[in-house]
Design a protein around this ligand. Structure first.
Ligand SMILES: Nc1ncnc2c1ncn2[C@@H]1O[C@H](COP(=O)(O)OP(=O)(O)OP(=O)(O)O)[C@@H](O)[C@H]1O
Ligand SMILES: Nc1ncnc2c1ncn2[C@@H]1O[C@H](COP(=O)(O)OP(=O)(O)OP(=O)(O)O)[C@@H](O)[C@H]1O
Ligand SMILES: [Mg+2]
Ligand SMILES: [Mg+2]
Lengths: 254, 254
């Protein structure tokens, strides 16, 4: 059975998609078989892995609201052992449609429980969430074993963290008893910046073991890679960003 | 009658809140009376203007879903002529509740149309939107004269722009005939970065007059200011960020 991890933070622009793509690629490099589920209607994870909008025939929308299984939707990326369930703007109407469904927060969990998953021999499923605590994100958390939280070392990003942790606890108590926090990873970190260093001190003091040792530095190669449809691990394997995501994968595997 | 402008972009972390706070402050500095409506359940605009969570008695939630008028909700910030309609996490349940309301996309427009607005003598109403094209953002666009779009000069941010412009056009055709694009402002711009320069070239070539001449530089003083509850214009008036937001205000006033 694969380990299912939601990459989530309702604060926007903190590096959720970048972490989903590059952690996914790093795990695949380490020999793991990974499926990346793009649950954001923006479809950034799908674009960042090189799948043009016109090529996205079956999407996460179908996984949630039709009887297509994960096996029918997964697309092989250029990275061996890294698969993608793509998304497009159809997904933005999923929120409304899920609202009218009986099992509206369990649709993704039900899709993952289908028989077809066993044959895929996956080690990890990573779910890239949109920037809000909406029904799509709730579906991800109800379906997951844990939540990995990218945290930009900035003031506004720190503010939303307690709300996110409350939501995780609430879901564990009401819908998914196995859900726990995988950890918090500092992203876009600039060690010359006082604010960054202050946020890191605060986070490690208050959250201790929950914060990964690995810190992802701000690195322009990371933000260039998606325009070539590739993870930074293949775009520039020796960049500081690629090295950091490899070390995050090692830390995650444990 | 005040000019009502939504600050919106479904891409997360592109500088919506930072632009709402600092453009609001810059307009107030120029002698305009401004109300900033915090329509994001994260409440970053409220925190960034110094209003603690415990002090937010009447919020934007009440403006949308009760018969409180704007006059009952507005709080005077430390900046003369800059008022704030604060928000808190109650607003995250507004989405669900609005869903069940007959005039669900018109609730904010109705609240702005009340008599009490006339007495406030406002020149501008700025609405800080959450990072999604949900019912809260739809309410903002239906209630507005125009949409101002902060655009981070990065690949993923550019990808969502066409979707946003489609939504603006759709709302103009179905719910608010006066809605138009106020303009696109490049944010967190680093002129040493090739990607930034490329995005600026692309944007000015394809969108021409829609792109403001003023470009907001990446400036650490901008990201420090909210932790002191103040706009960068009062935190560090001579910083590059403060100067840029003043020039954006001049360009907006026209
Ligand atoms: N380590 C890094 N160094 C430099 N740029 C980065 C880094 N991580 C992310 N970025 C850039 O920052 C921007 C925001 O990252 P990303 O889109 O992954 O965040 P997100 O949380 O998924 O955003 P959203 O809330 O819209 O889903 C992107 O343009 C991305 O390329
Ligand atoms: N010009 C700038 N220079 C440096 N940092 C900036 C600048 N503008 C914004 N920031 C920082 O970047 C982060 C994202 O900005 P902000 O929160 O305003 O974006 P947003 O679009 O409102 O995000 P969300 O999608 O979560 O609402 C914040 O930490 C902010 O302090
Ligand atoms: Mg994303
Ligand atoms: Mg914001």
């Amino acid at each position: 059975r694969p380990k299912i991890i939601s990459i989530s933070n309702q604060k926007g622009g903190v590096g959720k998609t970048t972490t989903a793509i590059n952690l996914g690629a790093a795990l695949a490099f380490k020999g793991k078989t990974v499926a990346l589920i793009d649950l954001d209607p923006q479809g950034n994870a799908s674009t960042g892995l090189g799948l043009e909008k016109s090529e996205r025939k079956a999407t996460t929308y179908d996984l949630l609201l039709s009887d297509q299984g994960l096996g029918d939707i997964l697309w092989q990326t250029d990275v061996p052992r890294l698969w993608l369930a793509p998304s497009n703007t159809d997904l933005s109407s999923a929120d409304l449609q899920l609202m009218a469904t009986e099992r509206r927060t369990f649709m993704l969990a039900d899709a993952f429980r289908q028989q077809s998953i066993e044959n895929l021999d996956l080690d990890y499923i990573l779910v890239d969430c949109p920037p809000s605590l909406n029904l799509l994100t709730l579906n991800a958390m109800v379906a997951s074993d844990s939540v990995l939280v990218p945290l930009q070392a900035e003031f506004f990003a720190l503010e939303g963290l307690s709300q996110l942790m409350l939501s995780v606890r609430e879901i564990r108590q009401t819908a998914n008893t196995r859900l726990r926090l995988e950890g918090i990873v500092l992203t876009m970190f600039d060690k010359r910046n006082n604010l960054c260093r202050q946020v890191e001190l605060d986070a490690r003091e208050n959250l201790q073991d929950l914060v990964f040792d690995t810190v992802i530095p701000r690195n322009v190669r990371v933000s260039e890679a998606p325009s070539f449809g590739r993870p930074v691990l293949t775009y520039d394997p020796f960049s500081r960003g690629a090295v950091a995501y490899k070390s995050l994968a090692v830390e995650l595997i444990g």
